[in-house]
Design a protein around this ligand. Structure first.
Ligand SMILES: NC(=O)c1ccc[n+]([C@@H]2O[C@H](COP(=O)([O-])OP(=O)(O)OC[C@H]3O[C@@H](n4cnc5c(N)ncnc54)[C@H](OP(=O)(O)O)[C@@H]3O)[C@@H](O)[C@H]2O)c1
Length: 305
């Protein structure tokens, strides 16, 4: 009999995360659907259980709360003794959409190019505090969780880490060639330097220096968070040769995060992360998937085209 495989999905109560849980469960994986809100998480699990997926359980997880992370790690250790798949899906935009209708009319985030930043002046707002929180959730929290679960993942015969990234994680969005080169040079990049780069961005964001140092001008914190997440994915893959660690752009998916813009359904959006979670042992590590296809970290032209 095949050994059971256990997966944690963060932000599993709605959007792409919920659908990732459903698709993994349909492939026989035992899923720990996590959500920061107990009621919303239990509701989501109830729905999946009612549609026949008894292999989905709930556990609370706020990825920004250290005690919540260690409580989940204890739960997994006690009940399952190992972890096979960690899907870092939970994320936030760091943006306030002021006018939903106008925002949808511009095409949503799909068309947020720096050259067209002026079109969004009165449509979205990016306060520093939200940007800082975005970096905390989309980058720092993922590092903390990943490091907390490495020991349990190393007890698995086929450990996988999937970081749900974005086309906005493409180095294309940086206008600083030297920095792009540094982030591409994974052999010489270190964890410490990556943190320093993120802090440098935050300082420039606070001081209104985005343009001067070549940072993205629109949806800035989100782009930098996913750029940093991609680089972190590659560093982890280099460090942990026994784990397949990859990042995935799910597509432009109609969810709350995208204000229901985008061309893909959640069913389509979940396919890439699920595929990366179920890669065979000889599968790639340290790569970026654009949905289900291997893509590149640094495009020469807009990755949306
Ligand atoms: N939609 C797209 O077009 C698109 C494109 C590229 C990449 N992505 C990426 O796909 C992932 C999922 O996005 P989505 O579109 O499904 O967004 P969504 O519908 O807004 O769902 C976001 C999920 O993240 C959770 N979350 C946020 N902060 C959290 C925290 N501190 N602790 C635990 N959970 C937290 C939310 O929980 P609550 O319900 O409690 O708020 C929710 O479950 C994100 O990483 C996003 O960047 C999405």
């Amino acid at each position: 009999m095949e050994e059971k495989r256990y997966a944690i999905v963060t932000g599993g109560n709605r959007g792409i995360g919920y659908e990732i849980c459903r698709q993994l469960a349909s492939k026989g994986v035992e899923v720990i659907l996590t959500s920061r809100n107990q009621d919303r998480g239990e509701e989501a699990v109830k729905k999946l259980n009612a549609s026949g997926f008894s292999n989905v359980v709930f556990h609370q997880l706020d990825i920004n709360d250290l005690s919540s992370i260690s409580c989940l790690a204890k739960f997994v250790q006690t009940h399952f003794g190992k972890l096979d798949i960690l899907i870092n899906n939970a994320g936030e935009m760091g943006v306030i959409v002021l006018h939903e209708e106008e925002f949808r009319a511009t095409g949503g985030y799909v068309h947020v190019l720096d050259e067209k930043a002026h079109l969004l002046t009165n449509v979205i707002e990016e306060p520093y505090e939200l940007g800082e929180k975005c970096l905390k959730t989309n980058y720092y929290a993922i590092k903390t969780i990943t490091e907390a679960f490495i020991p349990l993942l190393q007890l698995s015969k086929s450990p996988r880490i999937v970081n749900v990234s974005s086309l906005y994680g493409d180095l294309y969005w940086l206008h600083n060639e030297k920095l792009k080169e540094e982030l591409q040079d994974i052999d010489n990049l270190t964890d410490e330097r990556l943190d320093e780069i993120v802090q440098w961005f935050l300082t420039d964001f606070k001081d209104g220096q985005l343009k001067k140092n070549g940072w993205p001008l629109t949806v800035s914190a989100y782009k930098v968070s996913k750029i940093a997440l991609n680089a972190y994915t590659r560093l982890m893959a280099k460090q942990y040769k026994d784990i397949l660690v990859n990042c995935v752009h799910p597509g432009s998916v109609k969810t709350d995060m995208s204000s229901q813009t985008g061309s893909a359904t959640v069913e389509e959006g979940a396919k890439g992360p699920v595929m990366a979670a179920l890669l065979p042992d000889n599968g790639p590590s340290g790569v970026y998937f654009n949905q289900t296809q291997i893509g590149i970290f640094s495009s020469k032209t807009s990755p949306f085209v």
